[in-house]
Design a protein around this ligand. Structure first.
Ligand SMILES: N[C@@H](CCC[C@H](N)C(=O)O)C(=O)O
Length: 315
């Protein structure tokens, strides 16, 4: 085994992880070990596995990535693996879960900003305590720079549903395609999807977000070589004067399937909604809770809770 005997189960708004600290760098997991630990029937169960290690102990990093950690003041690195054993560049919810874990283990100071290395650069986290409506142990993450592709350049289809939606590519360090599938006409100044300024690019004939079957991987065309995470979004409310909006999102993640929450997916969602509506601040409901996303031209910030569930001694 290249995993330690003691691991911890954690989650951040229902996006769940097996986590452990590896200060000596001797526990880099194999893909088989990740699949075993994340297996919900034969293992502990998780959408992914996170090893907290020093950058020099993460074998896939190149010198430039290690140097970026040093320059950015990141002593610790989030080595993230999807449940299927694949590596991912970034995990927004994972940054909060592993930072809470680091604070709990005395590896990070909850009164100070924590700089965490990731394959998508150094992220800075601040602990906010309990904050309504986001929950307990809320952390704010500066997720850094983002990039959006042409609006509606992809077609997204879902198993068992007729119709399709237009999807927009967003690079959050990891790849996302965001499909806006509807507007709650009751609570929006916008009357319908068709009233959005770029409606011609977004016309959706998919059912409501709540009615989609995401047990099967959605089809995205043209195909992305990187594969992708896919978000399905309903706009629930827009207050253009206050620059605030509310939305509901569901996600099918690359490397594990539907999850209750996806931090990078929430950021990709808010970035796409901002491009459509001009609104910068979004409260987004996912199956695992409510999170806040604040977007500027330069960066995007994610705010949400994290939870340590328990410590497990492996046999
Ligand atoms: N759940 C994560 C994203 C995890 C990685 C993703 N599945 C990928 O392969 O890109 C998040 O909270 O961002």
């Amino acid at each position: 085994m290249t995993i330690p005997q003691h691991v911890t189960k954690a989650h951040a708004t229902g996006n769940d992880f097996v986590v452990y600290a590896d200060p000596t760098g001797e526990f880099e997991p194999t893909a088989d070990e990740v699949r075993f630990l994340c297996d919900r029937h034969r293992g502990i169960g998780g959408d992914g596995l996170i090893r907290l290690a020093h950058p020099r102990a993460v074998s896939d990093l190149d010198e430039a990535q290690r140097a970026a950690c040093e320059t950015g003041g990141a002593v610790w690195f989030m080595d993230y693996r999807n449940a299927d054993g694949s590596l991912a560049e970034m995990c927004g919810n994972g940054t909060r879960a592993i930072t809470l874990f680091a604070m709990d283990r005395g590896l990070a100071d909850s009164g100070e900003p924590f700089r965490l290395g990731t394959r998508a650069g150094v992220k800075t986290l601040d602990s906010l305590g309990d904050v309504e409506p986001y929950g307990r142990d809320v952390l704010h993450v500066d997720m850094g720079a983002w990039r959006i592709g042409e609006l509606g350049a992809y077609e997204v289809a879902v198993a068992g549903a007729s119709g399709s939606a237009r999807g927009t590519f967003v690079d959050m360090g990891n790849p996302h395609v965001v499909a806006v599938t509807g507007v709650d006409v009751g609570s929006c100044a916008i009357g319908a999807l068709a009233d959005l300024p770029r409606a011609d690019l977004l016309d959706s004939t998919l059912p409501d977000v709540d009615d989609l079957d995401l047990t099967v991987k959605p089809r995205v065309s043209p195909v992305l070589e990187s594969d992708q995470n896919v978000e399905f979004v309903r706009i629930d409310a827009v207050n253009a004067d206050a620059h605030e909006g509310k939305a509901t999102m569901r996600v099918h993640e690359r490397g594990c399937g539907e999850t209750l929450s996806c931090g990078t997916g929430l950021c990709a969602t808010a970035i796409t909604l901002r491009a459509l509506t001009g609104v910068d601040h979004w409260d987004i409901t996912v199956r695992g809770g409510i999170l806040r996303v604040d977007v500027t031209d330069a960066n995007v910030a994610l705010t949400g809770s994290a939870t340590l569930v328990g410590d497990i001694a492996l046999r």
